[in-house]
Design a protein around this ligand. Structure first.
Ligand code: NAD
Ligand code: FES
Length: 278
């Protein structure tokens, strides 16, 4: 069992939980994820790591309420225990000294970029963060990313904070001179970030969030196509070269169980259900 030591509501649909998991914290590296089962009858859902604290033996999970499991998880409070947390899973992000690293976080996808940004900063890079949300109240982790970045650019679709527009608009300002762009957020955002960096020849890493079941390379649910080869998001990723990802296939596969998810959420008041979104 994994005790929740801290909880924050980052925005009405996004929650943060700091969880006691000393063995995972000792081994986890930025870019990795865990699979969580909230209770004995719960399903397994992959969640990104928004922080790793080896000294205090904790990991920080962040999730959006999109289905029954995350809705259940959102009801957990400090002192409650999560049934299972399996990890760390996936390959860590490659951290090297590159020069200028641009981190692009879409919505709550900004949170997993915090430990990644800290690692790039500690490796001696200039870190520029771009955070985008539909409106100012939906921005998360601005302060945290600011603490590990040399510069932060904020965009909002409606212009309520920062640059009015999408993260791709802010990217134009800082792409020149960048050695690496790393994007985490909705697939459509990662696709357009990759399209924007390709003509400039800037290496672009994206953290993919395909449907996952076991998270250990056994079921094949997380298949993605990268450079014409089939890869498993859980064991070969989650980081991949954004210029080589087959985005249409990824997005089509992400939509596979949308109607079942909707049904399970609607039925969730009285019975169980499933979800597939990280
Ligand atoms: P959102 O859908 O509101 O999008 C956030 C921002 O992304 C927008 O404000 C915009 O700046 C940018 N964006 C969206 N569409 C774009 C486009 N076509 N071109 C350029 N930029 C675009 O974000 P949300 O509701 O907070 O959801 C966060 C998303 O991030 C979810 O889809 C979630 O699954 C994903 N996520 C992924 C990971 C991961 O590990 N890959 C981790 C956490 C969250
Ligand atoms: Fe089963 Fe990746 S989630 S193989």
């Amino acid at each position: 069992m994994f005790e929740i030591l801290g909880k924050r509501v980052l925005r009405p649909d996004v929650f943060l939980a700091r969880v006691s998991a000393p063995a995972i914290a000792r081994r986890a590296k930025p870019g990795q994820f865990v699979i969580v089962r909230a209770h004995e009858q719960g399903e397994r859902i992959p969640l990104s790591l928004a922080d790793i604290d080896v000294k205090n033996g904790t990991i920080t999970l962040i999730f959006m309420v999109v289905g029954k499991t995350t809705r259940d998880l959102a009801t957990f409070d400090v002192g409650d225990e999560i049934e299972d947390v399996v990890g760390p899973l996936g390959r860590p992000t490659d951290i090297e000294r590159i020069g200028r690293v641009v981190l692009v976080g879409g919505g709550f996808g900004a949170a997993p970029l915090y430990p990644i940004g800290r690692a790039f900063k500690e490796a001696g890079n200039e870190v520029v963060a771009i955070l985008g949300a539909r409106s100012a109240d939906l921005l998360v982790y601005e302060k945290e990313l600011g603490s590990v970045s040399d510069r932060v650019l904020v965009t909002t679709d409606d212009g309520s904070k920062g640059i009015k527009g999408l993260v791709t608009d802010a990217l134009k300002e800082v792409l020149d001179g960048a050695g690496l762009v790393m994007a985490v957020g909705p697939a459509i955002m990662m696709k357009f970030i990759s399209l924007a960096t390709k003509p400039a020849g800037v290496r672009t890493i994206v953290s993919l969030n395909p449907i996952m079941v076991d998270g250990t390379g056994m079921c094949g649910a997380c298949r993605v196509s990268v450079g014409g080869e089939t890869k498993f998001g859980c064991t070969d990723g989650p980081d991949f070269d954004g210029h080589l990802v087959d985005w249409e296939l990824l997005m089509a596969r992400q939509r596979t169980y949308l109607s079942e998810e909707k049904q399970s959420l609607e039925a969730a008041c009285s019975c169980g259900g499933g979800e597939v979104v990280r």
